[in-house]
Design a binder for this molecule. Sequence first.
Ligand code: ADP
Ligand code: ZN
Length: 747
Amino acid sequence: MRGFFHVEDGGAALSGPPPQTILSTMFAEVIVDIAHSDVDKIFDYLCDESVVAGMQVVVPFGAGVTTGFVMHVKETSEVPQEKLKRIYRAADALPALTEESLMLAKKLAARYRVPMALALRLFLPAEMRTGKVSERMQTFCRLSGEAYEISPRAKAQRGLAEFLEAHGETEASILREKFGGALKALLEKGIVVEEKRRVFRDPYRGEAGERTVRTLTPAQQAAVDAVKSTEKTVTLIHGVTGSGKTEVYLSLIADALAEGKTAVFLVPEISLTPQMLRQLRARFGSRAAILHSGLSAGERFDEWRRLREGIARIAIGARSAVFAPVENVGVIVIDEEHDGSYSSESSPRYNTFDIAYLRACYHHCKLVLGSATPSVETYMRATEGEFELVRLPERINARPMPAVGIVDMRREVRRGNASAFSSALREKLSKCLSEGNQAILFLNRRGYSQTVICRDCGYVAKCENCDVALTYHSDEDCLKCHYCGARYRMLSACPECGGKHIGYVGTGTQRVVGDLKKLYPGARVLRMDMDTTSGKEGHFRILKQFADREADILVGTQMVAKGHDFPFVTLVGILDADMSLHFPDYRSGERTFQLVTQVAGRSGRASNAGEVVLQTYDPENYILRFAARYDYEGFYRHEIAMRKATLFPPFAKIVRVMVTGESEAETVEALRDVYERLKLLYTAHSEQFLFFNRMHAPIKRIQNKFRYQVLMRLSDGALLKEIYAAVAEVQRKDVLVYAEENPSNLS
Ligand code: ADP
Ligand code: ZN
């Protein structure tokens, strides 16, 4: 793609190329790429026949130049022709957006009341919009085929010619490096010819693993058949961990390709492990384009282009890959459908399932959801017949689920064991290590751990920008805020009372690693949490090291729970199963069940039997009991009855309107404004409100921004449109106001 000018939100005006002189009677409806409600409308421009819907174009706008998207091309305009300006040019001959993307963007903009430009941006990577990345061109050289003679003294030239005879076409830079100026000489003589071609940056060069196509087990085949034969658009595959769901998805994707169609395969970001990528690459080769956060801008640009041009036909990626520019879609898969990462956390706050469903309807294709622990809402829709339900209750080769032992940590404390490891866990860990196997130790959160308190007055060290407690990091001997990343020097005395008795409470991943090294000096320990996974390589490097058995124990947070397949892991320890239970959120039970089941599922996946030790201070808790027995049905029946009795989702809808800004006065004013508008709705439809109030958000300040909210619980979604409309009306410059539906995080 050629680079093009881009003016962001009224930036400095650039001059575009002179207007073309060809006269034309065509008119383009353009949305300018400025996400502001003032310019959120269609502008008509003059254009010629080469302009089509979906194109990204460069247009004169106000006194400057900006880019925009052509929504529609028509033969007449309401606006008198002399008042219209002409499109300068197309940013790219290939329309960036498909007809389907335009249709979906319109729906999104209307549903979430966001400017059209913001909705359109979801459909192409930032690299495409800003024009900062372009296609990579390379020059390739080959012999012209003419008979030639080279003087015996020109050794380099002879060498080069022989090299090309032996290796065929070769990239110019390689030849220049090997043979220096000889290349230029041969080009001038016409012995060698060159050709400039576009190449794709390939993020997985040399990563191709072995191609393993497995024969589906009868249960897997039945699942594939069920998806294909049902009249329902959506199928939920409820399969225990290790039941071979991935193979079912891959088979459905391969079938779609065989029919000449394309596929979209969504997984949580964390599941895009090197093993998974290698497996996909081995199976589908360059037909698969993989979109994830570890790619460079150039790689992301190329993977997207390969999809848009139809060169790659499977889009694999996290949440945002649901917008992949594939046409003629044959199947869409959402793996680990319960995962919280499927709800967007920036505007528009879309739900991945909703987009996937719209796309499946558009293409008349199947949408497959898979999970060992479906969300309560999804499972209800499946059991009530809205979705097809397929069960895979057994692991591959009938491997048993690992036995889960619940350990009462209160008893450990009474026995004088104040460490993070129960005696049962220590014993099993020793055994696991001595047998040469691997173990995973899971801690619920990085937060809540190693909080610094004054033992004299109870002072807790907090972040100055955020209303949260700081966490001690021993490796850097400093205090960190997990919300904004701010760092503080470790306290030597209490700033409140001057006392010197500074202590820690809780256990963090770091401390666990330290303790492990003391207990098992010979063991190689890896840590995986937000601190160790930043940067481009991120979690990739750690997971690869563990998979390659360069470590014996992996200690981590939620990240270790996701669908990893490590065959040598025979022990999983859940150090603090209670943490998420006591989270103030209606979904804390559901989350805890999912977490425990998912982490436990990492154990004993290959021929060695696995075990799980679940440590808790609440051993009678019914959620933990159900999880320890892998009794999803039991958990679900209990949970759904409670939600029904207390009127929580899916029997109600929780909507939070968040108001956040740096000035407390302005934030409160915006809160009052939106509250008054919502109150009109409340007064007119009070029968639909189960709860309605405004208040501080549980965390009152994050990154120096004050946080207030209007919290609503509604009997259904009938008023959503009006709520979004009210929110859209109070957008102000320095305060962010937005609505969230059943937010996955209520902090
Ligand atoms: P899930 O996604 O349900 O947790 P996986 O797809 O990871 O399960 O499969 C679990 C294990 O079983 C993997 O190691 C996978 O390679 C293996 N597997 C899956 N299907 C088959 C099959 N048909 N034959 C042999 N092994 C299989
Ligand atoms: Zn902070």
